[in-house]
Design a binder for this molecule. Structure first.
Ligand code: FNR
Length: 379
């Protein structure tokens, strides 16, 4: 903020978007229509997607006065790592379709290195996870697993993530099959099938052993083999097997019911990630942020993450007050990538964090720990 106002004194007006509405508008102009639909769209008539955002309007922060907030500390501890802020980048497969050079995962990783905002690297990246990890610098990354039906390929992906230095495995539960997405269906637009974002598979020795010819020689057959093993519909019985794959903390993404959260923690899971996948998987559902208070209450002491619909610093602060330990954004940083690669992502993250920081200053909450349920009211 200070940077922008000072520049304004010498007549320099920021060229970058300062609101999400403006970011979205410019990203749409910058992206080819099919890519835009894929990234911006959701399931069914997109009611859950809209609900995710509108739900933040049903919660209001309560300002507190006469508290010393000149110094703020937004840092949090996540799976043994001290992070400068409670913000994360949600996993976005095929983010390479958003950037000019196709290497959206590396752009995201570099933004993570520049800001300290961790990237949750998707299974579906356009560069192998080892290269993505290396580009994250000192910022600890997390690896998101879409669990393949072939257990040995799953083991291989997880072991590679562990060796590459990722700090946790985030297992996405809600996407063993792709949801009903009319925008993509009407254009037959499913970018992964064109071979984007399969670098983790194509570089995987166990996956390669399942092919008659290497992917370089017959990419079509490799894509088909991948498609047959893409999504294992995980069940409670699989948790022990998942646990046996790694010593890293395991986080389950897509948990919205308090009973599911409780049982997952009872069965040895380390973190719960409340998410409706940004409304891309199921339609007609409850907003993720409205699930958060009950999940928080169900698993006291367990790390709880949230995404879906977070667009601003005030959304982040509300989610923290409702019980999240850290909050992730998805589409906002994908739009940033479309506008300016790493720099665009850094800009989006910095504006969200600057707004959160100032809000905590004026509302009287100097640290994340001060943001408890008393800080927020249902409107
Ligand atoms: C996603 N998301 C996602 N989630 C995941 O676990 N693995 C993935 O590969 C992807 N891929 C993906 C692609 C695109 C284009 C989008 C927009 C989203 C879901 C993502 O992690 C997150 O849950 C939502 O994006 C959060 O909602 P918002 O912030 O986009 O509203």
């Amino acid at each position: 903020q200070t940077e922008i106002y000072l520049a304004g004194l010498s007549g320099v007006v920021p060229q970058l978007p300062m609101t999400f509405t403006e970011l979205e508008r410019r990203a749409e102009l910058a992206m080819p229509p099919g890519t835009w639909s894929y990234v911006a769209g959701g399931a069914g008539d997109e009611r859950t997607q809209r609900a995710n955002r509108e739900a933040f309007d049903h919660w209001g922060l309560v300002p507190r006065m006469l508290r010393a907030t000149t110094e703020r500390d937004l840092s949090v501890e996540l799976f043994g790592h001290r992070l400068p802020s409670p913000l994360l980048m949600a996993p976005i497969g095929v983010i390479g379709i958003c950037t000019q050079d196709g290497h959206g995962d590396l752009a995201t990783a570099r933004a993570a290195a520049a800001t300290g905002v961790p990237m949750i690297a998707s299974t579906l990246t356009e560069d192998p996870m080892e290269e993505v990890a290396a580009a994250q610098g000192e910022t600890p990354g997390l690896f998101q697993l879409y669990c393949p039906t072939d257990p040995e390929v799953a083991q291989s992906l997880v072991s590679r993530a562990e060796r590459a230095g990722y700090s946790a495995i985030v297992v996405t539960l809600d996407t063993w099959v792709t949801g009903w997405r009319p925008r993509d269906l009407s254009t037959s637009n499913f970018p992964q099938l064109r071979g984007h974002a399969l670098a983790n598979y194509f570089s995987d020795p166990v996956f390669r052993s399942r092919l008659a010819k290497p992917p370089e020689e017959d990419p079509g057959a490799a894509i088909l083999t991948w498609a047959t093993m893409f999504g294992r519909p995980l069940a409670w019985d699989d948790l022990a097997w998942l646990r046996s794959l790694t010593d890293l903390p395991i986080v389950l993404k897509g948990v919205c019911h308090p009973d599911d959260a409780r049982r997952a923690v009872d069965e040895g899971v380390d973190g719960i990630y409340v998410s409706t996948h940004g409304g891309r998987q199921a339609n007609g559902g409850i907003a993720a942020v409205d699930c958060l208070p009950e999940v928080r209450e169900a698993v006291p002491g367990t790390t709880v993450l949230l995404d879906s619909g977070v667009r601003s610093g005030s959304d982040v602060v509300k989610a923290l007050a409702l019980g999240a330990d850290a909050v992730a954004v998805g589409r906002p940083y994908a739009f940033g990538a479309a506008l300016g690669g790493t720099d665009g992502i850094v800009h989006v993250l910095r504006t969200i964090l600057a707004e959160a920081d100032l809000l905590m200053a004026v509302d009287g909450y100097p640290t994340i720990a001060d943001l408890d349920r008393e800080a927020v009211r249902r409107l």
